[in-house]
Design a protein around this ligand. Structure first.
Ligand code: UDX
Length: 441
């Protein structure tokens, strides 16, 4: 009989994983402790913007016309325990307040609840990003006869559905053959389509996730460090990235210089990794990550300085600044540790009159930063602006008509914090276009 799957925690990771498991043909029960989320999901709606996710959910949620009916949601742990052969734990591990370490309280609470209801013979699979050593500890909480596996998730926001259904690798940390066999059954379809299946122990599986994110953060900060040197030397970091990217040992991806990385993963993961290495007495191995973090944070300040310079160099007081983009990346409504919102906030706190527009992130941005000005369109944000900052590279912004914006802006200066606009198009329409790490034409 086909395995029955539960997914605990229905954030980005859990909601996507639950829908993907239903798409693969399994009966799935998702659990969250927040009743409003369960209500929304049960109606086929997702509490965040993620392309394709709502459609996939509606295709499977029980009670929706024409759905497969394979996907249901609940707040009941008893139901989860009775239902599941395999339980995926997908709760989040945010950065602790005032500390580098990550907050394990949601994971711990999920394991404690699950331990009380899980059936003998079931498999519990951790997917949350955790400090190395957690799986070993959490395994002790589970009753006799219940195995644990660790199966980190590498999905990117904005591509979550595709990354989950067609992962570029599946990593499983296991202790016994039974867990491996069960997970091979769960992932038979993507493995059959060519996704590599890497079997390892608990600590390695946990480390694969944090080291992958550290590597990505390092790549971005590396190119941003090159951007700083280009700025000093009059070089062009975009050309430099293109040229070094042709070397396939380096690779062209993740070499976009700009205001740096943000979001709910890379910043907190490298910090939690440093904190954990310190506990293990291996802090020296990761001191370079402190530099990666500091290069990254410095970019935000440099963008603020570029804006100040564009306004004549002294103060933001009384000056109108249009900010295009609030989310930490395009195709997401996520503003967690968003470089765009951080830059907007810094300028606002220095007395600038900031007006932000973002295609999907307005609601979240307003919630976390209610004192900024907000406009309903790029055109409205730019109206009367003394300088325009392009801080999240949405397609909508690449498709803007520079001439139309020129007609409403107070002065025609645009600073591209993402190196993503066609500078020539803007210059032709009469704008002064500047990008980070590139010479001013
Ligand atoms: C990341 C990892 O990519 C993913 O594998 C992991 O599971 C979770 O963390 P995500 O946070 O969705 O995913 O975003 P990602 O696409 O990695 O971008 C992170 C940040 O880096 C964004 O702020 C983005 O704008 C920035 N970035 C990315 C750059 O500044 N330059 C680049 O070249 C690439």
């Amino acid at each position: 009989m086909a395995l029955k799957i539960t997914v605990i925690g229905t954030g980005y990771l859990g909601a996507t994983h639950a829908a993907a498991m239903a798409e693969l043909g399994f009966e799935v029960l998702g659990l969250d402790v927040v009743p409003e989320k369960i209500e929304m999901l049960s109606a086929g709606r997702v509490p965040m913007y993620e392309p394709g996710l709502e459609e996939l959910l509606a295709k499977h949620v029980a009670g929706i016309e024409g759905s497969s009916g394979r996907l249901r949601f609940t707040t009941s742990w008893e139901e989860v325990g009775a239902f599941g052969d395999v339980h995926f734990v997908c709760v989040n591990t945010p950065q602790k307040h005032g500390e580098y370490a990550c907050d394990m309280s949601y994971v711990d609470a999920a394991f404690a609840s699950l331990a009380g209801v899980v059936r003998e013979g079931a498999l519990v699979v951790g997917k949350s990003t955790v400090p190395v050593g957690s799986a070993e500890r959490l395994a002790q909480l589970l009753p006799e006869g219940v195995e644990l596996a660790w199966n980190p998730e590498f999905l990117r926001e904005g591509f979550a559905v595709n990354d989950t259904l067609h992962p570029d690798r599946i990593v499983v940390g296991v202790r016994g053959e039974r867990a491996e066999k069960t997970l091979r059954e769960v992932y038979a379809v993507p493995v059959g389509e060519g996704s590599p299946f890497v079997v390892t122990d608990f600590p390695t599986a946990e480390l694969v996730k944090t080291s992958a994110n550290s590597f990505l953060a390092t790549k971005i900060s590396f190119i941003n460090a090159m951007a700083e040197v280009c700025e000093a030397a009059g070089g062009d970091v975009a050309k430099l990235a293109e040229a070094i990217g042709h070397d396939d040992r380096i690779g062209a991806k993740f070499l976009r210089a700009g205001i740096g990385f943000g979001g709910g993963c890379l910043p907190k993961d490298i910090r939690a990794f440093m904190a954990r290495a310190g506990e293990l007495g291996a802090d020296q191995a990761l001191t370079f990550l402190r530099e990666i973090d500091s290069i990254n944070m410095r970019r935000r300040g440099q963008m603020v300085e570029m804006a100040r310079e564009a306004l004549g160099g002294s103060t933001f007081l009384g000056r109108r600044v249009a900010v295009l983009g609030a989310t930490f990346k395009p195709d997401s409504d996520d503003v967690r540790d968003s470089p765009a919102l951080n830059v907007a906030g810094q300028i606002h706190l220095q007395g600038g009159q900031v007006t932000v527009y973002d295609p999907k992130g307005m609601e979240n941005a307003r919630r976390v930063f209610p004192t900024l000005g907000y406009a309903d369109s790029a055109l409205e944000a730019v109206r009367g602006a003394d300088v325009v900052l392009h801080l999240t590279e949405w397609r909508e912004f690449r498709e803007l008509d520079p001439a139309e914006l020129a007609a409403v802006a107070s002065s025609r200066v645009i600073l591209d914090g993402r190196n993503a606009l066609d500078g020539e198009r803007w210059r032709t329409a009469g704008w002064t276009y500047r990008a980070m790490g590139r010479p001013t034409a």
